[in-house]
Design a protein around this ligand. Structure first.
Ligand code: C2E
Ligand code: CA
Ligand code: CA
Length: 306
């Protein structure tokens, strides 16, 4: 048995007992978040944080109804610099705040479960895009990688929903890549593996995202039908100057190759990083060196200009 305890101090006779309980409850949630068997004392910042989260979730619910979540596209290139496809990164197009980046809302979307309908919206856009790209020689072979939250995969109807979206949009599953992270993968790995295998059999590929940052990359690689690994940006940033980053990146690439996986480096910002990574055997690159995530109009214009 584990106990999490939240403490709030009584401010005087005029204070409302309900408010006091609410504050103790907020402190208890903080204690739970910090790991079990611990206690937290209520602080004003906790309340501000909770209010901020509530505000963002209300905003996200409205944004879902208004379809204000839009996909941005970031180029993924091969060793010759040719565009292989793109990673789709969601943005919140808020009329009041402008384009809001995912680090402002994805974690709250995960906490509230809103990531499921947001993910569905993104996936639908992606399938429609794949279908539209079939019309042009320049775009018909481009693949699209989508970030899939573990909450989405865990849903009972995930496979059926993906199938349905592919059916109604006419998107080609062999050009679809699902990026999943080891850090958020659930304990029920067997069930997830079974779903992934069904999706693999209809043509979808899987990438293990943020590779190297989790605890159990290797067992995930063994148990899940993964096609490619994406080496996390944190290892790439200093790869040309930091000897241990270099060693880790080299080992990750070699292991990926030995397992027959494609290896993608993310967050490539300089030509010297690219050259080094290519020498080490990396197959694909993504990063500001090749292009930032952009809206579809800009992405297509860039493809045309090449
Ligand atoms: P991620 O999947 O690791 O995506 C890569 C992030 O690195 C993106 O941030 C991208 O803009 C950024 N990036 C790419 N190249 C470079 C570079 O050369 N230098 C630097 N400094 N950064 C680079 P972004 O777009 O802000 O997305 C952040 C995270 O939000 C993503 O990380 C992903 O975990 C999550 N996310 C984005 N879209 C979705 C989505 O549709 N569904 C889900 N579940 N998560 C999403
Ligand atoms: Ca990703
Ligand atoms: Ca990543």
């Amino acid at each position: 048995m584990f106990a999490s305890m939240g403490i709030a101090l009584f401010g005087g006779v005029s204070e409302d007992a309900n408010d006091l309980l609410k504050r103790a409850d907020m402190a208890m949630h903080e204690a739970k978040k910090a790991g079990r068997s611990t206690l937290r004392i209520f602080e004003r910042t906790m309340q501000a944080e909770i209010e901020h989260k509530a505000q963002i979730s209300t905003g996200m619910r409205a944004a879902l109804r208004l379809r204000q979540f839009i996909p941005y596209y970031q180029r993924l290139v091969d060793t010759h610099g040719r565009t292989q496809g793109a990673e789709v990164l969601v943005r919140w197009n808020d009329p009041a705040r402008g384009i809001v980046s995912p680090d402002k809302f994805i974690s709250i979307a995960e906490e509230t479960g809103l990531i499921v309908p947001i993910g569905e919206l993104v996936l639908e856009d992606v399938c429609i895009q794949l279908k539209a790209w079939r019309a042009s020689e320049r775009t018909r072979r481009l693949s699209l990688s989508v970030n899939i939250s573990s909450q989405e995969i865990r849903k009972k109807d995930f496979v059926a929903k993906v199938r349905h979206l592919l059916d109604v949009t006419g998107g080609d599953p062999s050009l679809l890549v699902f990026e999943i992270t080891e850090t958020v993968l659930p304990e029920d790995i067997e069930e997830v593996a079974a779903k992934m295998k069904v999706l693999r059999d209809i043509g979808i590929s899987f990438a293990l995202d943020d590779f190297g940052t989790g605890y159990s990359s290797l067992s995930y690689l063994k148990k899940l039908p993964i096609h490619r690994i994406k080496i996390d940006r944190s290892f790439i940033t200093d790869v040309t100057t930091n000897a241990s980053d270099l060693t880790i990146v080299r080992a990750m690439i070699q292991m990926g190759k030995l397992l027959g996986l494609a290896v993608v480096a993310e967050g490539v910002e300089t030509e010297s990083q690219r050259i080094l990574l290519e020498t080490l055997g990396c197959d694909n690159f993504q990063g500001y060196l090749f292009g930032r995530p952009v809206a579809i109009e800009t992405f297509e214009r860039e493809i045309e200009a090449r």
